[in-house]
Design a protein around this ligand. Structure first.
Ligand code: SIN
Length: 495
């Protein structure tokens, strides 16, 4: 008899795996319920799918590859974009109601897309709408047992495969379970940065655990910065101002009102995120400030961007009349646990999906609104496969793997400042080496799992001497310009 499938994480990817694994029993483990603590629930972009007139998956694939600087796995990209319309249909079957107009879906546009191709639900509250619908399905599903307020703490191994896991409950009491298949859907690591759009729980713990268990990792140096986080001071995640605002006609301005992206890239304000983030950072480092001007949207703001309006007003800004101060913030990790096309890691029985995984679809820089899509498409595929192909129970665990000590709050604050400086949208060898030396000189931090994970990221960034996608090395001698791309298609006029 097969053991239950254990899924760690209740964002979109984890929920898609859990629902698709029926009838195999699933233990869904999450810190919060219903997945509201996940980055998925905060996602304001939507789901990219070639559904519009004149669009097709080949164009979606081309934009994905260009944004990813050609570092993507082309076959997996083709599969992903071919699945996008079906992923939207599946979400509708689970109860998600996408925004429609007279002519069908209201398709938005975001950075790096040559066409309007993004479906939204409740405007810029798409992530929350999708997570709420999938969570309701998981609640109702007889095969899913949801252990909320639980955290994954350790993996049990026997003869080189997964044999069990340890979970801590809300009271901190540890529970040990046998397991032959564990899916990590624990999200990314933006919370290791001071300026991030990610929730505090997106701290890289799942990746650290997999690395400790000696699963292979891939592309760790590629970290995407979103160019338009609200520029607010203070410790904690920065509210995101969705790229769809620019897709609808908002523009980036400098402090004198000049158009920041004019003449910088053929797609202007809708250039891929790495390009826009570098430009915003470059301007700010030169002493300027950068503003998002959404005043042109008028009444559309309230109808299509309720989250943006609420966020701005909570910070005393009226986006109907005022420009919004913005700055880049760590947003998405393209790298992660190396997995095959199904989501299997190099450690038998350990699987990964969503942001914690790296299956190669995002290359060196993810295309906007491809992340919820990835979570749904690869999550469904992995769940269905694991339902049919359970690993045989491995017996009692002979070794337990944990990432180790937690960093102290002081060390964590120091680490976040170091990573902002060294692993931001613009990097150089000296800053990377300085950060490595600082961490090594702090015994508590270099022992803590957050410090050790940061060392892996920094070493990966140091090892890649050239610039590629989101990994931009100022000291790389071959950089032609800060906006270099390997292949920018001719898009023509941007409407
Ligand atoms: C956004 O809405 O700008 C973010 C969406 C995404 O991360 O793709």
């Amino acid at each position: 008899m097969s053991t239950p499938l254990v899924v760690g994480g209740a964002g979109v990817a984890g929920l898609a795996v859990a629902l698709s694994a029926a009838p195999r029993p699933v233990l869904l483990v999450s810190r919060g319920r219903p997945g509201a603590a996940s980055a998925s629930a905060l996602a304001q972009g939507g789901i990219a799918a070639a559904l519009g007139e004149g669009d097709d998956p080949a164009q979606h694939a081309q934009d994905t590859m260009v944004a990813g600087a050609g570092h993507n796995d082309a076959a997996r990209v083709d599969w992903l974009v071919s699945q996008a319309p079906a992923a939207v249909g599946w979400l509708e079957e689970q109860g998600v109601v996408f925004d429609r107009g007279d002519k069908g879906y209201r398709l938005g546009r975001e950075g790096g897309h040559g066409r309007h191709r993004i479906v939204h639900a409740r405007g810029d509250a798409t992530g929350a709408a999708v997570v709420a619908a999938l969570a309701a399905c998981a609640d109702a599903a007889a095969h899913v047992t949801w252990l909320d307020a639980h955290t994954l703490r350790a993996l049990g191994l026997r003869e080189g495969r997964i044999a069990g896991l340890r979970l801590a409950d809300a009271a901190g009491i540890m529970h040990e379970l046998p397991a032959a298949d564990v899916v990590l859907a624990t999200g990314g690591l933006g919370a290791l940065f001071a300026a991030t759009t990610n929730p505090r729980g997106a701290d890289g713990f799942g990746l650290a655990l997999a690395l400790e268990a000696r699963a292979a990792a891939r592309d760790l140096e590629f970290i995407q910065f979103h160019p338009t986080a609200l520029d607010v001071a203070g410790d904690g995640p920065r509210p995101l101002l969705t790229e769809a605002l620019r897709g609808a006609g908002s523009v980036l301005r400098d402090e004198r009102g000049g158009l920041l992206m004019a003449g910088r890239h053929p797609l202007g304000d809708l250039a891929p995120r790495d390009v826009v983030s570098r430009e915003v950072l470059r301007h700010r480092r030169g002493g300027g400030s950068v503003w998002l001007d959404a005043t042109v949207l008028g009444e559309r703001l309230a109808a299509d961007f309720p989250t943006a309006i609420t966020t701005c007003r909570a910070h005393g800004i009226d986006p109907l009349r005022e420009w919004i101060p913005v700055a880049p913030a760590a947003h998405f990790h393209m790298g992660g646990v190396a997995v095959d096309a199904l989501g299997r890691s190099t450690l038998p029985g350990l699987h990964a999906v969503g942001e914690v995984a790296c299956n190669g679809v995002h290359g060196a820089n993810r295309l906007a609104s491809n992340s919820l899509l990835e979570g749904v498409a690869f999550g469904r595929r992995l769940g269905a496969w694991l339902a049919r192909n359970p690993s045989a129970p491995a017996g009692t665990a002979s070794r337990w793997v944990t990432p180790g000590d937690e960093a102290s709050p002081f060390d964590l604050r120091t680490l976040r400042a170091l990573l902002d400086e060294a692993l931001g949208p613009v990097r150089d060898g000296e800053a990377l080496r300085r950060a490595l030396a600082r961490i090594a000189a702090m015994p508590g931090l270099s022992r803590a799992w957050q410090g050790r994970l940061a060392l892996r990221l920094l070493h990966a960034a140091l090892a890649r001497r050239g610039s590629l996608g989101a990994h931009w090395r100022e000291d790389a001698c071959e950089n032609a310009s800060i906006h270099q791309r390997i292949a920018t298609p001719a898009y023509g006029e941007i409407p």
